[in-house]
Ligand binder design. Structure first.
Ligand SMILES: *[C@@H]1O[C@H](CO)[C@@H](O)[C@H](O)[C@H]1NC(C)=O
Ligand SMILES: *[C@@H]1O[C@H](CO)[C@@H](O)[C@H](O)[C@H]1NC(C)=O
Ligand SMILES: *[C@@H]1O[C@H](CO)[C@@H](O)[C@H](O)[C@H]1NC(C)=O
Ligand SMILES: [Zn+2]
Length: 467
């Protein structure tokens, strides 16, 4: 169409004063000559033990980045229906936890309470240091100008919900939104060239689309996309990924990704009626075959979003990536194995008889299920403090077992503040942000009352359908 022929960069004005490390203009040009090819393997929604073990970890197993370190990925985690101990384990292995809201329920999907509530819960019940939760993917990828402004004010480093056009058009490298948005300009958002967008320092990490053989664009879980005529073979999905990857690898090397709702990589009886590939084994094979292909190429790295942004802040040629500090294997010095730290489950609690079911946590059990109004209820065990990282914290004895500078940690992130109207005290000059992400002067935040409850597998499927 005419719209698609027009560049999403037209009308975008980014001044030369926009300089790294804080500011980066959007462009399809690589930041240096001969950059590495980054591969972002991401997961959305509830972290659950069975899915982690059957789907998520196997995608990383038996792979290595070019410097010999384990490949890493990012999980955009929600609170409801999750097992917080799975967040602890994921984090303990060097992977990244990002924010995907508390309830994942529209229309509160992007509200302040949803985004801040997830931080509060992940810190309290999974022991994730606040400073390590730096990114957001909006539920349903439903961002807006006001919600992007809100993330910037909240101190987030990046957002990653917007589609970029991959091999069918422009392939945008990550950029900061100081001067607006250029991803998703061809249809999905009013954020493009919107002068109300003021998100200084907030990076956008675009999601690259793939193109099926019929020319249609696909973003998340293409092996389940009902618009692909069933039956669609696993090899056709691998080909779709491979073509999009090759175009970038042989082109501007903008970061590519495999964006999954991991529950969708399983076989789910009754849920696959419209899925082009109903068989979970075949879906996994499609993704595994692609990852094996991509990782066989020189200079291809599976990284977290935070590693990618470290790179963007100080880009180097592919040959120098392996020696950058943020690419070293994140092995803690003499990790204590007798505490519940994600490497050991000694002392993990089973929290049951709660409204939305059972979960595990190293940090004790709440008296009520986490909710939008009360995402991190009190427990009997000690939360990870700001001066100790998760691997060294013993939540049962409230002691930090780190005794050397190599494991010292000082978290300087903004403390949890569940009252959006007092956010200003941390952000000089900031504008109050209402509970739903709208700038406001009102004193009373909206409550998240009466969300549509979804539960169990059905809930996960609904979330997956709607992103
Ligand atoms: C998207 O957000 C808007 C508010 O910004 C809301 O009205 C709408 O219901 C949301 N849609 C979904 C699918 O969450
Ligand atoms: C942690 O960092 C803050 C901010 O840089 C600093 O003020 C504080 O003294 C540090 N705390 C420790 C224990 O190093
Ligand atoms: C957000 O809240 C404000 C103030 O209560 C209201 O005016 C606005 O319509 C709400 N926006 C959405 C998208 O719900
Ligand atoms: Zn989601």
């Amino acid at each position: 169409s005419a719209a698609e022929a027009q560049s999403s960069l037209s009308g975008y004005n980014c001044p030369s004063s926009c300089q790294l490390p804080k500011c980066k203009c959007a462009t399809s040009s690589p930041p240096v000559a001969n950059p590495p090819q980054f591969l972002l393997v991401t997961f959305d929604d509830s972290m659950q033990t069975e899915i982690m073990n059957s789907v998520v970890y196997p995608l990383f197993a038996n792979r290595r980045n070019p410097n010999g370190c384990p490949p890493l990925g990012t999980y955009f985690a929600q609170v409801w229906d999750a097992n917080p101990f799975e967040l602890t384990k994921w984090y303990a292995q060097g992977h990244e936890i990002a924010d995907h809201s508390v309830t994942h329920v529209s229309p509160f999907a992007g509200s302040y309470a949803e985004i801040e509530g997830m931080r509060a819960w992940a810190n309290k019940y999974a022991g994730i240091p606040l400073g390590k939760i730096q990114g957001v993917r909006y539920p349903f990828r439903n961002y807006s100008v006001t919600s992007l402004n809100m993330l910037s004010k909240m101190g987030f480093l990046y957002e990653s919900s917007m589609a970029a056009y991959g091999s069918s058009g422009e392939s945008i490298w990550p950029y900061t939104m100081d001067y607006g948005v250029v991803s998703d300009c061809l249809g999905q958002t009013s954020a493009c060239n919107n002068k109300d967008l003021q998100a200084p320092g907030l990076w956008e990490v675009p999601m690259m689309q793939t193109v099926a053989s019929d020319g249609t664009l696909h973003l998340m879980d293409p092996y389940n996309d009902p618009s692909l005529t069933a039956p669609y073979s696993a090899s056709a999905v691998t080909d779709m990924y491979t073509k999009a990857f090759d175009a970038l690898y042989n082109g501007n090397r903008a970061p590519f990704g495999v964006y999954t709702h991991p529950v969708w990589l399983q076989s789910i009886p009754g849920a696959g009626a419209n899925a082009p590939i109903p068989d979970g084994t075949q879906k996994m094979k499609a993704v595994q075959d692609f990852l094996t292909y991509a990782m066989s190429k020189p200079d291809v790295w599976m990284v977290t979003h935070q590693q990618l942004i470290k790179y963007m802040q100080n880009p180097v040629p592919a040959s120098q990536l392996g020696s950058q500090s943020y690419m070293q294997c994140t092995k803690p010095v003499a990790p204590p194995t007798n505490i519940c730290n994600g490497l050991s489950n000694t002392g993990v609690d089973l929290c049951s008889n709660l409204a939305r079911g059972t979960f595990q946590s190293c940090y004790g059990c709440p008296g009520e299920y986490p909710s939008l109004a009360n995402p991190a209820p009190p427990s009997q065990k000690c939360s990870v403090p700001t001066n100790c990282d998760t691997l060294f914290w013993n939540p049962a004895t409230c002691t930090c077992l780190c005794t050397s500078t190599s494991c010292a940690y000082n978290d300087t992130a903004r403390p949890i503040n569940l009252d959006p109207n007092s956010l200003n005290q941390y952000l000089p000059g900031g504008t109050p942000v209402s509970n739903n992400g709208t700038k406001t002067n009102a004193a009373t935040p909206k409550s998240g009352a009466s969300p549509v409850l979804v539960s169990g597998i059905l809930g996960m499927l609904m979330l997956a359908f709607g992103f």
